[in-house]
Every structure is written in structure tokens, then in C-alpha cells.
Design a protein around this ligand. Structure first.
Ligand code: HPA
Length: 246
């Protein structure tokens, strides 16, 4: 069974036939909401809304550890995260969808490990390739099969938020090599790796990053919602293909 963590705008999957909801507690506290079990195209999936079902949990306040732990306990085969991002690279304009292959982490002050020391031996995990190559491949194949154009590589910059970036900060991220910027990619990815879960992200570009293209003089938040809704219909199709081909 595949797990899907839905980000902004994706608090539910319209193609999900819900069978049950399960409120869980974990040693790390409560996840963002109840786990929603159901079927997409006849296949079992479990869905979790990252920001809560009423979209009330800010990116820096998401209990990423509880979310990943709750899904791990359901013995999921992998986690597909859907996240909205700002586009930095010129081909990452609103409406683009990317499957990032790398991460740069600019977040701070988040609980970013299950290995907290104390009684546990210190553990350093390999994170050279932060995403599961196999799950990325499956997503890309699914996108191709349903004719949805996706960008097959992108470096994801994880920013702290909840504010958007300054234009100079985006210039810096670009110099660092980042292609898209979002607020939730870390520590979600590393926590999944720490517990051995395959993890990959479908990144939906909902705005040009600050100081870029149509965001040259500011980001129009009212435009974001429209782009998001159109793109999420495409994401749903990709996910349907993905589970069908499992
Ligand atoms: N910056 C950071 N996170 C985001 C953005 C952005 O421009 N758009 C959507 N999530």
C-alpha cells in the first residue's frame, strides 16, 4: 500500500474512495490528522493531509516525525509527497510539475531526526541521494503513461517559511543551484530515509519564486489557488496511474 502526503490544496484526493479514517498517536505525538484509508482505481492507499484537513498547521509546525511514524506503522511500501513550490529555474513556471532529485535544506529549528542520542547509539545515515530512485522512476513512468509532462529532475530548496522569500534570497538559492523552493520537503525526506521508507516528491510549481518572471515585483497569492487547482487535477491523474501500475 502506497502512502500519499498531500500538501497545500491537496487535503483530499477526489479520486479516493474512502473506506475508513484512523486517528493515531505515535511516540512523537499526533500526526497532522487522521490517516485516511481508501482505494484509488481499486488499489489500497493511505492519505494524510500534511497541514491538517482544515489547512491550519504551518510548515514549521508540522509534526513531521509523527506523520512519518504513523505511516511506517501502517507498513506502507513508500511515501509519495505532493508539495507546492515556487519556481526558480526558467522552465519552472506556474503549472510545471517536477519530480526533484536533490535537496538543499535551509530550514532550522525543526525536529529533524529520530536519532536523538540518549540511550541510542549515534546514527549517521547516508543521504547522498535523498529521494528513492525507484519511486521517482515509478512516478515518472506513471506521468508518461498518462501523458502528463513532468520535469524529471530538480533541486529542491527547503526554506523555513512561513513567509515567502526575498528576491535576494531567491538569487542566493539560484546561485546554490536550486530549481524550486518549498517549505515542507525537509525534514520529511530525511525522516523517511531514517526509518527506511521509500520517499519521493511530486512538486507542483504554483508561482514563480520572488523576483522572478511574473513575480518580479511580488507574488500574487490570489493567482496561486487557480494554478494549484488545475495542477492538482493532473497530479491526481499521475497518482492514479502510479497505483494502477504498482
Ligand atoms: N517559496 C516557498 N515555498 C513555496 C513557494 C515559494 O515561492 N510557493 C509555494 N510554496
Amino acid at each position: 500500500m502506497l502512502a500519499i502526503i498531500g500538501g497545500s490544496g491537496l487535503t483530499q484526493l477526489s479520486n479516493l474512495d474512502v473506506t475508513r479514517r484512523l486517528a493515531v498517536r505515535t511516540p512523537y505525538g499526533e500526526p497532522s490528522g487522521a490517516l485516511t484509508f481508501g482505494r484509488i482505481a481499486g488499489e489500497d492507499v493511505v492519505f494524510l493531509a500534511r497541514h491538517g484537513y482544515g489547512h491550519t498547521i504551518a510548515p514549521h509546525q508540522v509534526n513531521y516525525r509523527a506523520n512519518i511514524w504513523a505511516l511506517l506503522e501502517q507498513k506502507v511500501e513508500g511515501v509519495v509527497s505532493v508539495a507546492s513550490v515556487g519556481g526558480i529555474r526558467t522552465d519552472m513556471r506556474p503549472g510545471a510539475i517536477a519530480v526533484p532529485h536533490q535537496i538543499i535544506d535551509y530550514t532550522s529549528g525543526r525536529k529533524n531526526t529520530f536519532f536523538e542520542g540518549g540511550e541510542q547509539p549515534v546514527t549517521h545515515i547516508d543521504f547522498t541521494e535523498p529521494y528513492s530512485a525507484q519511486l521517482r522512476r515509478r512516478i515518472l513512468d506513471a506521468a508518461r503513461a498518462c501523458g502528463e509532462a513532468v520535469v524529471a529532475d530538480a533541486i529542491y530548496a527547503a526554506s523555513q517559511g512561513p513567509r515567502l522569500e526575498t528576491a535576494a534570497e531567491i538569487d542566493r538559492l539560484e546561485r546554490d543551484g536550486a530549481d524550486v523552493v518549498g517549505m515542507t520537503g525537509m525534514p520529511e525526506a530525511v525522516l523517511a530515509r531514517e526509518v527506511g521508507l521509500d520517499y519521493a516528491t511530486i512538486a507542483v510549481v504554483v508561482n514563480s519564486a520572488a523576483g522572478r518572471a511574473d513575480s518580479l515585483h511580488g507574488i500574487r497569492l490570489e493567482d496561486i489557488e487557480q494554478v494549484l487547482q488545475q495542477s492538482l487535477a493532473r497530479v491526481r491523474r499521475i497518482i492514479e496511474q502510479l497505483v494502477l501500475r504498482a
